[in-house]
Design a protein around this ligand. Structure first.
Ligand code: ZN
Length: 430
């Protein structure tokens, strides 16, 4: 296997590469912007030269620069904020419950202006793309990812093409005026997220265009992994448990990978946090496969008639028909390595959890985050935790109502509305 390391990715002071990208299974090395192992389809993972996490004195996720796959500083106020809960902790009878808050809540030091942890992925991704010489990227989004990438791209010279199903259009707002390097393409309401993914795949094949890469993009996973890093730095140790609502499960993989790095650092404990990943019923293919101890998702069993199931979800952004579950280094491996657990949450449970969280913590949260809170409630009810365990609850989005007090939201308008895959895509990208 050819192993080439991009020479531009170097520490400023030395000739040692800051990081390499390697396959989790066969350990072949790849270029920094490669997305897949040609030998075995394994996930590629970043290996950082710096075994210890040195915090940089910067406001946003730039403080984790040592373990982000970029060279230049990242300038954004966006970062996860970890704080010890009193309100929800009291309600649930827990003594060491920490909230990883990803949203807008300036009183708590949280400045993610698109109110979603997807923004943690967007900044390192755009910078990695630029550092790798790419300035046209395309991605599919159910809404939150698209909003985050659009915001991170405002005022840059990267053209970002975002394909969103009609159901995600209401989530495509920005806290500022959009700039003309942001291109929104909407799919008709007969199409779902899977159709948007297919269309983005076609656009990615055009000359000069790069796919953002989804789960296979190391900058996205390492960006999301900062939620675990921030928690460990705040607690002075890794948590015993990590709770997050998932659609694809990429956030779960990212949390696991971050904890592997923290374990290797040596200062944050030896035991990996147990992953508690939560899906929103009735669409829960990962839950179904995991409960039957299967490494593979069987479509007919685990998600029969997916469009109908997705229609009945409380948080439909948590639907992903092709989650990275089976691949080497994917969700199955993450759950196995951490003795993880899966949960299924109904609409009613999610609604109750939203009310409980907002009343006890004093900040609004988005629907997927409420599903995560409901998973924690279920784990407590099932005695899956000890009351003094160190718990990290990833609130993947919140503070939209708080943001509206300070900002005017600008809704993005699509440049194209497509009602099928059958279109000359060269018309879209000129
Ligand atoms: Zn490989």
């Amino acid at each position: 296997m050819q192993s080439t390391i991009q020479p531009s990715i170097l520490h400023a002071e030395s000739e040692t590469p800051k990081f390499t990208i390697e396959c989790v299974r066969c350990h072949s090395l790849y270029q920094t912007d490669e997305l897949v192992c040609k030998n075995d389809n394994g996930l590629l993972r970043t290996s950082y030269t710096s075994r210890h996490l040195h915090m940089h004195d910067l406001p946003g996720i730039g403080k984790f620069l040592d373990w982000l796959p970029v060279t230049a500083q990242i300038n954004t106020p966006a970062s996860p904020v970890t704080y010890k809960s009193t309100g929800l902790a009291r309600e649930l009878g827990l003594t060491n419950l920490y909230i990883g808050f990803n949203g807008y809540w300036p009183e708590q030091g949280a400045h993610i202006q698109t109110c979603s942890f997807k923004e943690l992925e967007a900044y390192p991704t755009l910078q990695l793309m630029q550092e790798s010489g790419n300035n046209k990227i395309v991605l599919a989004s159910a809404g939150n990812t698209g909003r985050a990438f659009a915001h991170a791209a405002v005022g840059t010279d990267i053209d970002v093409y975002i394909v969103v199903p009609e159901s995600g259009m209401s989530k495509m707002w920005l806290p500022e005026e959009p700039t003309d390097n942001i291109h929104l393409i909407s799919m008709a309401d007969t199409c779902d997220y899977a159709d948007a993914i297919q269309m983005a795949g076609k656009i990615a094949n055009l000359p000069g265009m790069r796919s953002e890469g989804g789960v296979r993009n190391v900058a996205r996973r390492d960006g999301m992994g900062t939620v675990m890093l921030d928690a460990a730095v705040t607690m002075g140790r890794m948590p015993d448990h990590y709770f997050q609502a998932i659609g694809s499960g990429t956030g779960g993989i990212a949390a696991w990978e971050a904890s592997l790095r923290l374990r290797a650092d040596g200062r944050y404990g030896e035991t990996l946090p147990r992953l508690h990943l939560i899906q929103n019923l009735p669409f829960a293919p990962i839950l179904n496969a995991w409960q039957h101890s299967r490494r593979d998702i069987v479509e007919e069993i685990d998600m029969p008639d997916p469009k109908k199931l997705i229609d009945r979800m409380y948080a439909d952004v948590l639907s992903n028909r092709h989650p990275p579950y089976s691949m080497p280094g994917g969700v199955y491996d993450a759950l196995t390595d951490t003795n993880g657990a899966m949960y299924g949450i109904s609409t009613q449970e999610a609604r109750q959890a939203k009310t409980l969280f907002e009343r006890s913590e004093g900040i609004d949260i988005v629907a997927p985050a409420a599903v995560g809170v409901a998973g924690l409630v279920q784990a407590v009810q099932e005695d899956a935790l000890n009351k003094d365990d160190f718990i990290l609850l990833n609130i993947t989005g919140g503070g939209v109502e708080r943001l509206k007090e300070d900002f005017t939201l600008h809704h993005l308008q699509p440049e194209f509305k497509l009602d099928s895959q059958d279109i000359d895509i060269e018309l879209i990208v000129r």
